[in-house]
Design a protein around this ligand. Structure first.
Ligand SMILES: Cc1cc2nc3c(=O)[nH]c(=O)nc-3n(C[C@H](O)[C@H](O)[C@H](O)COP(=O)(O)OP(=O)(O)OC[C@H]3O[C@@H](n4cnc5c(N)ncnc54)[C@H](O)[C@@H]3O)c2cc1C
Length: 464
């Protein structure tokens, strides 16, 4: 649909909304409103409806459907594939709905779908509670929860989606429903790991857990030459690590920051980031072996406020940088797999990047495989190639590095699948990341969104 055709009816929609309606004519606001976190994405929607509540969402959806406009739903705008915006369509922007309410007695938190993990942590920590979220506080709760959600307390308290108690949803035909274990169970199943393919979630209700206010964490950097030994050490450590510990070793390059010795700037490194979700004193002891594996280049470990840990990496992921992230799961971290991880890492052409190994298991693996749509529960490790760069001339090399690395890792029989929330740009439609749950998800899609109004994650289509 041409933008001019939309213009004639835009005023009606504007009058129906409590929030702002931004058009390309709003020179001041349009560029900000259309932008998402990933600088690789540069789309020009016809309209951005900044929704203040369910009524706004319903009005915007109704308008888009009546005018046959493609729809994008924006939670925190941090989706790696950039699906929160759309050319010539309507963006349903939920950012104004970032309220959070905590009931400390029932240990439940409700949050609007525009909230970030920083918003949730701030409110829940007032009561010494936390909802398992991600490891960067500016990320949206919406996309992260709908795709699964792995964070610093994942092995103790599970994925974000495992802690979802109910979700308020506006369906493709504009109906408002609440999905939970007791109502619309099929939809509730799909929302926990199947992505934003089934409707617009306007609010999330979560179970909270006692965490913090201080937690023991490790953040220790070793020389990249020790990467193989460090990953072998990690493999041994994870064999009987307590559930409280969730570790994330990553291959990286030492940043030019005064916190690091100048002589190490630019060198390759293997770092361990991790948290202990229990008593900090016990945590410090549990994490000690990771800090004593070798002589570190730098060690920032210690006991810190949980909210500080949650926002520690925020500055490393500025808006507008170029990002291309793609993942797979590993059934084993044998010597061959480790060799390949290190070899792929060493070939990285853009040194702002990292190669991350997510420790799985614990509570994630205890949830029955079919209880939620999240696939690959039992796998002990996730692997994510994060290409990050600032110069557009490096784009081809960065993307090629990730694609080639993923292809190389897939040659190992132990490597499979893909995490819905680390999907590249979903440019390859043959990669559907839902494993054994793909068929059941397509059935739910056919029931709640038969016309394919929502195309959020993983190329999911209604069953044919
Ligand atoms: C800096 C950074 C750090 C990250 N760290 C982690 C991490 O620690 N753990 C982890 O598991 N993942 C992590 N991720 C991945 C993250 O889970 C996804 O990028 C996630 O999609 C972000 O959610 P969002 O709401 O900000 O994104 P958006 O771009 O707003 O949305 C992502 C997708 O979900 C859809 N969607 C959004 N809101 C709704 C809604 N309310 N209803 C229906 N569909 C909706 C969108 O249409 C889009 O397709 C990280 C990503 C970034 C950029």
């Amino acid at each position: 649909m041409a933008i001019e055709t939309v213009d004639s009816t835009v005023e009606t929609l504007e009058s129906e909304l409590k929030g702002d309606l931004i058009t390309p004519e709003d020179e001041e606001k349009y560029d900000e409103a259309r932008r998402v976190w990933n600088g690789m994405i540069n789309r020009r929607p016809a309209l951005v409806a900044q929704c203040e509540g369910v009524a706004d969402v319903q009005a915007a959806l109704r308008y888009a459907r009546e005018h046959d406009l493609p729809i994008a739903v924006r939670g925190g705008g941090h989706g790696v594939a950039g699906r929160a915006t759309v050319d010539d369509g309507l963006v349903i922007d939920l950012e104004p709905m970032h309220w959070v309410q905590v009931d400390p007695d029932s240990r439940r938190a409700r949050a609007g779908a525009g909230a970030t993990w920083g918003d949730v942590d701030r409110e829940t920590q007032q009561f010494g509670l936390a909802v398992p979220g991600g490891v960067v506080s500016v990320t949206g709760i919406a996309g992260l929860t709908l795709g699964g959600g792995m964070g610093h307390v994942r092995r103790k308290y599970g994925l974000s989606c495992d802690n979802l108690v109910s979700a308020d949803v506006v369906t493709a035909d504009g109906e408002f429903i609440r999905a939970s274990e007791d109502d619309h169970e099929d939809l509730f199943w799909a929302l926990r790991g199947g992505g934003g393919n089934f409707g617009i979630v306007t609010a999330f209700e979560y179970e909270c857990h006692p965490v913090g206010p201080e937690v023991a964490m490790c953040f220790v950097w070793y020389d990249g030459k020790q990467a193989e030994d460090a990953l072998k050490f990690f493999r041994e450590y994870t064999e009987d690590a307590p559930d409280e510990v969730s570790l994330l070793p990553f291959y990286a390059w030492v940043p030019e920051l005064e916190e690091f010795p100048e002589s190490s700037w630019g060198d390759s490194a293997i770092a361990f980031l991790g948290c202990h979700a229990g008593d900090p004193e016990v945590g410090e002891e549990a994490l000690r072996p990771i800090r004593e594996f070798a002589d570190p280049v730098a060690d920032f470990s210690g006991t810190i406020p949980y909210v500080e840990l949650q926002s520690m990496l925020d500055e490393d992921y500025p808006d507008g940088r170029y990002y291309y992230w793609k993942s797979l799961y590993l059934d084993e971290l044998n010597d061959e797999v480790i060799d390949s991880i290190v070899a792929c890492s060493e070939r990285c052409p853009v040194p702002l990047s990292t190669v991350d190994v997510w420790q799985g298991g614990g509570e994630i693996a205890r949830v029955d495989a079919d209880e939620t749509a999240f696939p690959y529960r039992g796998v002990p490790y996730g692997l994510n190639f994060e290409a990050n760069w600032d110069d557009p001339r490096e784009t081809d090399a960065a993307v090629e590095w990730v694609r080639e690395s993923i292809a190389e890792m897939r040659e190992h029989s132990e490597a499979r699948g893909q995490y819905v929330n680390f999907p590249g740009l979903e440019e390859d439609s043959s990669e559907i990341p839902f494993g054994d749950h793909a068929e059941r998800l397509a059935e739910v899609k056919a029931k709640y969104d038969p016309e394919g109004v929502f195309r959020a994650h993983g190329n999911l289509k209604a069953e044919e």
